[in-house]
Design a protein around this ligand. Structure first.
Ligand code: PNS
Length: 162
């Protein structure tokens, strides 16, 4: 029973992430969404906030758990063996970095990575673009799930007053 580990910063989760998590949940018996706790970066949302959003998003998916991780993804995934790291690929430019990480993770702990192409409708989506759209009051529907939209609006209320 192989566990799919879906790692990321998820700051915040987008509909692209949701798509990958839902498809992982269909293809694998167990899924662990692993939220990076990176003390050297200042995220918009704390790891607890990101975990709470992801748990709400995955509430209907019985085989999906959400956990924080620190340090190496390869160690986290190896501790859940048998496991694979599952990553979404949006565009060809994602592939170069993802390939390096996959090869490093295999070198470190023998952990395999599998890639899933994100749905074409989400190919342009990224957490950083979503934060920028929110900052300048742009429309968030179709980019993020409602729980994330509410969280972004609460961070930037003045931009969204009409
Ligand atoms: O959502 P992101 O920021 O693209 O996710 C990147 C993430 C968290 C998957 C990646 O940075 C990661 O695995 N970080 C943990 C440290 C690590 O194992 N780095 C890669 C091998 S050296």
């Amino acid at each position: 029973m192989t566990t799919a580990v879906v790692p990321g910063s998820f700051d915040p989760p987008t509909l692209g992430h949701v798509d990958v998590i839902q498809r992982a949940s269909t293809a694998f018996q167990d899924v662990v969404v692993a939220v990076l706790l990176n003390p050297s970066k200042t995220p918009m949302f704390s790891v607890d906030e990101r975990i709470a959003m992801l748990r709400e998003i995955a509430a209907q998916l019985d085989n999906v758990e959400v956990e924080a991780f620190e340090g190496l993804m390869a160690e986290f995934a190896a501790a859940r063996a048998p496991s694979v790291i599952l990553k979404g690929l949006r565009v060809v430019s994602d592939f170069e970095y993802e390939l390096q990480m996959a090869q490093m993770n295999r070198h470190l702990k023998g952990v395999e990575t599998m890639f899933v192409p994100t749905s074409a409708t989400h190919a342009y989506l990224s957490s950083s673009l979503v934060k920028e759209v929110a900052k300048f009051g742009g429309k968030l529907q179709g980019l993020v799930p409602p729980v994330v939209e509410r969280a972004l609006l609460s961070r930037h209320p003045q931009e969204h007053e009409s």
